[in-house]
Design a protein around this ligand. Structure first.
Ligand code: NI
Length: 231
């Protein structure tokens, strides 16, 4: 009888214990989930997934202002590698880029293949564009994207600028189609990427703005190339 009573008591204690343990487990899981829910955005705030949007060959008198409007609406800064030939007549657009906090880089004066030119001609192409940009913004550009990405070590040593290539090619010039360009970028883009686009096509401008909205939904933030290269 004595043993039986103790057995029942033990069983009851075990049941209570199991109940409590189960409850504690539930509470722990719940709290951990809540912590994670809080921690994940915090982690993203400390280490945001950064990408840089870059636009070559502009400015374009009609499409670049549309892009600037869309970027302003979204509070996004981009990098523009301007081609001298297209700057003339669009000086106000260049001033606007500067006023709105975008990074202005050089894409040379007339888009030649630099390694095919005589060294002095290549250097003149680049310095001519730098002087033109400085005459508008008051600052010499320090970032250069060579046309076609065509470059070599010799030029790298001669030109006192930071050359910037790209890691995601939107192929926007080839598609000239909003959805294809958006898909091309989204399938390839990861943290730290530099995305190549051209603001001389209306489809590219539309695609860029859609890409911003889609990548922001995925937790990405947009920085200029200088901000990206510092880290
Ligand atoms: Ni180009």
């Amino acid at each position: 009888m004595q043993i039986k009573k103790q057995g029942v008591l033990l069983l009851m204690l075990l049941m209570v214990d199991a109940f409590l343990a189960n409850n504690l487990l539930t509470i722990w899981k719940q709290e951990t989930r809540e912590l994670r829910a809080v921690d994940l955005p915090l982690a993203e705030a400390i280490h945001p997934k950064q990408v840089a949007l870059t636009f070559d060959d502009g400015p374009h008198g009609e499409f670049t202002p549309l892009l600037l409007d869309g970027l302003k609406e979204r509070g996004v800064k981009a990098t523009f590698f301007l081609m001298g030939k297209n700057i003339e007549g669009n000086e106000e657009i260049v001033k606007r880029m500067q006023q709105e906090g975008h990074l202005i880089g050089s894409h040379s004066y007339q888009h030649l293949k630099m390694t095919k030119e005589k060294e002095e001609d290549a250097l003149a192409e680049i310095s001519k564009n730098s002087r033109l940009i400085a005459s508008i913004t008051g600052q010499y550009p320090t970032y250069l994207r060579p046309p076609y990405g065509d470059w070599n070590e010799h030029l790298e040593n001669e030109v006192p600028m930071t050359t910037v290539f790209w890691s995601v090619d939107s192929l926007d010039w080839k598609y000239q189609n909003i959805e294809k360009t958006v898909q091309q970028i989204l399938k390839d883009t990861e943290e730290g990427d530099i995305i190549l686009m051209h603001d001389i096509f209306e489809t590219s401008v539309e695609a860029a703005l859609e890409v911003i909205d889609r990548l922001e939904e995925q937790g990405y933030t947009f920085v200029t190339v200088d901000e990206m290269l510092i880290e």
